[in-house]
Design a protein around this ligand. Structure first.
Ligand code: ZN
Length: 328
């Protein structure tokens, strides 16, 4: 066995401390039956859940890491492990439906096919509506012996308190900027610093942008917003133009620009993004308020309340336009 086989195995280096705590719990046989993994999107929380599942299902794990070679590990890597059950919104849907939770409950009653544990990964947990959440709660309250639930959440405040209290919370930190930058550079990402800055320090968000060519789309969004601020389009046209990019995506881009504008405004510094400099002319108080608005709208867009994205975008564009208003 090589030395590498004895090292811990978090999917990303900044997850090492969390992984260490987790594998210690497993080694001491005191892993809770339900874990709530809380972290921002783009920092690897979902991949961490998958690595935890692999470790828990591995037939011949090394200390702190799965073997990567047994039947279980291979099945998991092929996304076809019969004892791992995914609960994620169906394609095109925002929410996790009660039928999916019922299916999951069935799964908990079955015998593990590989003879070991059974794993459930539910993500994002805040995508459950009240019915789904209640059904899950029932399942959590009557745990079947060898079943482990891994719930992934970016916004745990939107989970039912009774679900939160049934889970052991695992907080995933966003890596330090320098740590994330190093990782991106090791992965040969060009212009890594600018991208990471724009992604709010979240390295996997950068990778996602690059993989899906979203960086170019970000430029288009910036262009539409610049037109609005320059007065060459109105907030209704702007919202309409942005709708095709997806409400949540647009809000996330805006959040990074507003955060940069707050930095510039507060520190009196300079940003090489002209759009950020225009935003930074707004009073700090209004920028902060706009940032809060963006958080609220994003929450609404992610909620199961069936919001109207165009209306929400229009409201945001109206406030954005007002940012540069001279008087109060
Ligand atoms: Zn294995």
């Amino acid at each position: 066995m090589s030395l590498a086989g004895l090292l811990p195995q978090p999917p990303y280096p900044w997850l090492a401390p969390v992984w260490e705590g987790f594998s210690r719990q497993v080694a001491q046989d005191r892993l809770p039956h339900a874990v709530l993994l809380v972290g921002q999107s783009g920092v690897g929380t979902f991949d961490l859940a998958k690595a935890m599942a692999q470790f828990l299902l591995c037939v011949s794990p090394y200390p702190g890491r799965s073997c990567g070679q047994c039947r279980s590990c291979l099945l998991l890597q092929a996304d076809s492990h019969p004892d791992l059950h995914w609960v994620v919104p169906e394609e095109g849907a925002q929410s996790i439906k009660i039928a999916q939770i019922r299916e999951m409950t069935e799964f908990t009653h079955n015998t593990a096919q590989q003879g070991g544990r059974k794993l459930i990964i539910l993500s994002p947990a805040e995508a459950m509506n009240a019915n789904s959440a209640n059904a899950l709660l029932k399942s959590l309250e009557e745990p079947s012996g060898n079943c482990v639930y891994l719930l992934v959440s970016e916004q745990p405040a939107f989970l039912m308190a009774t679900i939160r209290s049934r889970c052991s919370r695992l907080q995933i930190r966003t890596p330090d900027f320098s740590e994330a930058l190093q990782w991106l550079e090791r992965n040969r990402v060009a212009d890594a610093e600018r991208l990471l800055q724009a992604a709010g320090g979240r390295p996997l968000r950068v990778m996602e942008w690059l993989a899906n060519d979203l960086w170019g789309q970000r430029g288009q969004v910036r262009e539409e917003l610049s037109k609005l601020l320059a007065g060459s389009s109105n907030f209704l046209d702007c919202a309409k133009a942005l709708l095709g990019f997806g409400g949540v995506w647009v809000v996330e881009q805006l959040q990074t620009w507003v955060a940069a504008a707050v930095r510039v405004n507060a520190a009196g510094s300079v940003d090489d993004d002209a759009f950020v400099m225009v935003l930074a002319r707004a009073p700090l108080r209004r920028l902060m308020h706009f940032n809060e608005t963006l958080c609220t709208k994003k929450r609404l867009l992610l909620s199961t309340a069936n919001p109207n994205p165009q209306l929400l975008l229009e409201e945001m564009m109206m406030e954005l336009k007002e940012l540069s208003r001279k008087s109060d």
